[in-house]
Design a protein around this ligand. Structure first.
Ligand code: BGC
Length: 740
């Protein structure tokens, strides 16, 4: 059989690991192997590698359309997503390897966004940890569990910058900032892929959604994106690029249009920017049926034209659309699509299958014993607990009402307090609520059943107030009230845009009722986007943003509330005072009429609300306090090949050990185009014991100050800069320097 031929040949060739950053020797060996497989393939089989179909899920486990099974057999389906478990992926792989003519193994993709079985906080939450090691660890654990369940490809990280809290998918990203977003995207890729894709503890990453998907007009998912090329290149592009530079081997084209062309048909995005400018060498997959959707966009008249546009733009693989499957062969035969275009795309896909070790052992990710051992492994739960604690942001803590003291009588209020599903957040892969506790469960475990009183009070949505009386009566008997309020987890993520960013339903009304009791109220928030918390901020004594914190979220919230862990998270998206301020982000422009001008009216301001947000980017409190010294600079003149050392002394001036995210920003005062009032250029998370101080250093190099100048060339411009260091983007020490 031919397929046996391939495997014998491959076995002889695979002596070396096929690392992501392998030497050119290893690369040329892989290329030879790819060529040898390609030579055996028919056009049908080649097109078969360019499609990706979804498996379904029934109560009894994973399923797949029988048509797709036949396609696998015929060598006309080379890739499956949403199939899961070692046993099921083995079954499908067996068909591909043993029943298709060439036996080319399948890729198995899945949305492993913030955990596979052990769920970590939603990505926006994780980003608030500003802890790259923790974020990398989360991606690694996710990869280990997914790889043990037959998956070798995740559709993550989502690298979409967003300043749009109405958009539900901000929950899947790293917030508003391109510098932090880039660091986090790269950390996630390192976590998923490690340095050897063939390692069975790693999976291939997929950078998505390329490009600019995070800027839909009015925050409505899938809506038109319209931004300047300059903003695209300076703000939205860097995190995708950072992920690719970190070795990500696949990229997903987005649903949205960019400058009038849907991304899946944009040669500009997929070839000029992605391949030529960034130098991406891996495979480009579309988002779900986004080729077909180009007909609705009105850029092509029918699906055949859509397929043509997208393959010519640079798409290698059609996710779920069946467009390549239906039309590509004819288009090659008629000469509309060149053999070379097909060969290039297929070679990229086959190459990745080699890199993943699938030709060596197609069942390497389908080991049931390993799956059993690794899924929900205690170390993974521990990691999720750790990251969840690090992600939480203390937004308010008047009169040190937190931490709670063990033994205090606590009233716990809110449907979300007893919910497990909501702790997991959206896109929670195969996270299972049977393996976890709610916040209420954990508060009881920690504080003793007798010291915890619970009333639901109201649902997270709807108008029902019938539970208010019980909540009031329970709260009357308590020392402190812990309210767990927020959003349903499915109110974030895909197709979950909102026109209000308030806490839904009558939850805040219940809070107002409880306020009458005059007892300390602690608000724990579960949500996947920046919310308008203006009202709540006035009513409560403390506020803890816990996002959707994952499998160990109940315990993590409890440990933060009781001071077992001192919160250290900082916001990565600005929290506005109200929706009218949106979009609001810290790197805005000064305008010609900035707020500080003396004229009371004719300047860039609202007449009914301050300009500044409720909680700025980078903000988060601790149970301790930190004092910053003035900034010391190694020089006030930065030369072309020089560097500027920035240092600041930070002291823990409070009563407990704590961690602080020290942030460094710059402002370019005059440019050939106007420049943001601040841009993050460095951060460090440090831990300080009581009374301890540390000198925190940052290095500014000229290339860190580069941007797209008036003529769109990329580089620096000489002139005066301001430099700021502090614990958030509002409260900062100031210095200045000159770039020569
Ligand atoms: C989403 C992607 C996801 C894909 C596959 C799409 O609807 O936009 O982020 O990876 O589905 O599940």
């Amino acid at each position: 059989m031919l397929r046996n031929l391939i495997f014998t040949y491959i076995a002889a060739l695979i002596m070396s690991a096929c690392g992501v950053s392998g030497s050119s020797d290893a690369e040329s060996r892989i290329n030879q192997k790819v060529d040898s497989v390609m030579k055996l393939m028919t056009l049908d089989e080649k097109i078969g590698q360019m499609v990706l179909y979804s498996s379904g899920w029934a109560l009894t486990g994973p399923t797949i359309k029988s048509g797709y099974l036949d396609d696998i057999r015929k060598g006309q389906c080379g890739n499956i997503f949403n199939a899961n478990t070692a046993a099921y992926t083995r079954k499908l792989q067996k068909i591909a390897v043993e029943e298709s003519r060439l036996g080319i193994p399948l890729l198995f993709g899945y949305d492993v966004i913030h955990g596979h079985t052990t769920i970590f906080p939603i990505s926006l939450g994780e980003s608030a940890s500003w802890d790259l090691k923790a974020i990398e660890k989360s991606a690694r654990v996710s990869a280990i569990e997914a790889a043990a369940s037959g998956i070798n490809w995740t559709f993550a990280p989502m690298c979409d910058i967003s300043v749009e809290p109405r958009w539900g998918r901000v929950s899947e990203g790293a917030g508003e900032d391109p510098f932090l977003g880039s660091k986090i995207s790269a950390a996630r890729v390192r976590g998923f892929q490690g340095n050897n894709l063939a390692d069975t503890l790693t999976i291939m990453a997929c950078v998505k959604h390329f490009a600019a998907y995070g800027a839909p007009l009015a925050g409505r998912d899938y809506n038109t994106v319209d931004m300047s090329e300059r903003v695209f290149q300076d703000v939205y592009l860097p995190p995708y690029k950072a992920a690719i530079d970190a070795g990500a081997m696949s990229v997903m084209s987005s649903f949205n249009e960019y400058d009038g062309i849907p991304a899946s048909g944009s040669k500009y995005l997929l070839t000029d920017i992605l391949r030529k400018k960034i130098g991406f060498k891996g495979l480009v997959v579309t988002d779900y049926t986004s080729i077909n959707e180009m007909v609705n966009h009105g850029i092509v008249a029918n699906e055949a034209e859509a397929g043509l546009l997208s393959v010519k733009a640079g798409v290698d693989m059609d996710m779920q659309g069946e467009v390549f499957f239906k039309y590509l062969k004819k288009q090659v035969e008629s000469g509309e699509v060149s053999q070379k275009t097909i060969n290039d795309a297929v070679a990229r896909i086959i190459r990745i299958k080699f890199m993943l070790g699938l030709f060596d052992d197609p069942y390497r990710y389908c080991n049931e014993a390993r799956e059993k051992r690794l899924v929900y492994a205690p170390a993974h739960l521990e990691a999720s607990f750790d990251v969840a604690k690090r992600s939480m942001v203390l937004l308010k803590n008047s009169n040190k009402v937190l931490p709670l003291k063990k033994g205090e009588k606590i009233a716990v209020i809110g449907e979300l307090a007893s919910s497990k599903q909501d702790l997991l957040g959206s896109w929670a892969a195969v996270g299972n609520i049977n393996y976890m506790n709610s916040i209420l469960d954990e508060i009881k475990i920690y504080n003793g059943d007798a010291n915890v009183l619970y009333a639901e009070g109201c649902k997270k949505m709807g108008e029902d107030r019938s539970g208010f009386a019980a909540a009031l009566s329970v709260s009357r008997r308590a020392d402190k009230i812990v309210m767990v309020l927020g959003e349903d987890s499915e109110w974030s993520g895909e197709a979950a845009s909102r026109t209000s960013i308030n806490i839904p339903g009558v939850q805040t009304e219940l809070l107002e009722k409880l306020k009458i009791l005059n007892k300390p109220i602690i608000l724990v928030l579960l949500n996947g986007r920046p919310l308008d918390l203006s009202k709540e901020n006035d009513l409560v004594d403390a506020m803890l943003e816990s996002w959707f914190p994952g499998t160990m979220g109940g315990k993590a919230v409890t440990h933060v509330l009781f001071g077992e862990y001192n919160p250290s998270g900082k916001l990565t998206m600005t929290f506005p005072r109200n929706l009218g301020q949106v979009p609001i982000f810290y790197y805005e422009k000064n305008t010609g009429r900035p707020l500080y001008l003396p004229n009371p009216k004719y300047k860039s301001r609202y007449i009914d609300c301050p300009n500044d947000p409720l909680f700025p980017f980078g903000f988060g409190l601790s149970y301790t306090t930190f004092a910053y010294s003035d900034i010391k600079l190694s020089t006030d003149k930065l030369t072309e090949n020089g560097e500027l050392k920035v240092s600041v002394n930070v002291v823990n001036t409070g009563g407990v050990l704590g961690e602080e995210v020290v942030q460094c920003y710059v402002r370019d005062l005059v440019g050939s185009v106007t420049r943001p009032v601040m841009e993050l250029k460095g951060f460090q998370k440090i831990s300080l014991k009581v009374g301890e101080s540390k000198v925190v250093n940052f290095t500014i190099k000229p290339e860190m100050l580069a941007f797209h100048r008036a003529d769109m060339s990329y580089g620096t411009e000489p002139g005066d800069y301001k430099l700021f260091v502090g614990g958030n983007s509002r409260d900062l020490k100031l210095a200045g320097f000159k770039l020569k």
